[in-house]
Design a protein around this ligand. Structure first.
Ligand code: NDP
Ligand code: 8X3
Length: 252
């Protein structure tokens, strides 16, 4: 059955790959991010290639009013969101806590925690009204174990972990599924953003092992939406086979 899938942070990485996979499987999409040129291009490409409807939205999830207006202004037929994928997020900087940059801290907490809350606040009532829906929050192994210099990024993903559990409890009576997916290292634009555009430093993160790809995560996200209506994957940690946890990697 055709569903409406709403994906934040669809201009790159996991979000973009997930948009393509859902489109390929015949679902309609609401895709958003700040880089609207990329979002418009993707919308046109996917709607033509897969004959699905795609609604592109320019959205900074940190802007609460913009988030509220974006969902309030959705045409009625687009408000029947079946799956919300809270994916927009980032790491900014990799410093010990004593050397941390306040702007980096604000960026991470405002995007990864408050942005996820702002979007969920608008979509949850639409799901409650229909007594169904599926919220997929993209956490991280950084939300399961703290690593050196991970401090605030880890804190933001621990918050995603807590909020995923909390949503599952609070939304229980409405039949709304809540899934957290917590990936380890995957090669996207993530590390380039973390190192403020330093491509060499970003590349070195994945030296000597095969990290996951955006497509790997897209397939896992997609899989969690294909289960029977009475089943919910609550929490799924996934890494490359060369990564045991945040500390142990097998590098050749
Ligand atoms: P990318 O940098 O490739 O993609 C991040 C996406 O988030 C982009 O589309 C970006 O769009 C969007 N985004 C960032 N800030 C905002 C904002 N303020 N408002 C709206 N959209 C925003 O990284 P990934 O695909 O790897 O990351 C996706 C998610 O996965 C993040 O939550 C990340 O923390 C998480 N993650 C990543 C892992 C990895 O190793 N890659 C592992 C575990 C979790 P734009 O800049 O156009 O706004
Ligand atoms: C991204 C993975 O290991 O850089 O969430 O924290 S890691």
């Amino acid at each position: 059955m055709k569903k409406i899938i709403c994906i934040t942070g669809a201009s790159s990485g996991f979000g973009k790959a997930t948009a393509e996979l859902f489109a390929k499987n015949g679902h309609d999409l609401i895709i958003s991010a700040r880089r609207i040129d990329r979002i418009n291009f993707l919308a046109e490409e996917l709607s033509k290639k897969y004959n699905v409807k795609v609604l592109p939205i320019e959205l900074d999830v940190r802007n609460q009013l913009a988030v509220k207006n974006a969902f309030f202004n959705l045409p009625e037929n687009w408000k029947k969101i079946d799956v919300l994928i809270n994916n927009a997020g980032l790491a900014s900087g990799l410093d010990k806590i004593q050397d941390g940059n306040i702007d980096d801290w604000d960026r991470m907490l405002d995007t990864n925690v408050k942005g996820l809350l702002y979007v969920s606040k608008e979509v949850i009532p639409l799901m409650i009204a229909r007594q169904k829906g599926h919220i997929i929050n993209i956490g991280s192994t950084a939300g399961k174990e703290v690593y050196q210099k991970g401090n605030v990024y880890c804190a933001s993903k621990y918050a995603v972990d807590a909020l995923s559990k909390a949503m599952r409890i609070d939304l229980l009576e409405y039949g709304i599924k809540v899934t957290q997916i917590a990936p380890g290292g995957a090669e996207t634009e993530f590390s380039e953003v973390r190192f403020h555009g330093d491509k060499e430093k970003a590349k070195a993160v994945y030296n000597g092992f095969q990290p996951m790809s955006a497509n790997d995560i897209a397939e896992i996200i997609y899989y969690t939406t294909t289960l029977s209506s009475h089943l919910c994957i609550n929490d799924l940690v996934v890494t490359s086979v060369a990564q045991a946890n945040n500390y142990y990697f097998h590098r050749e």
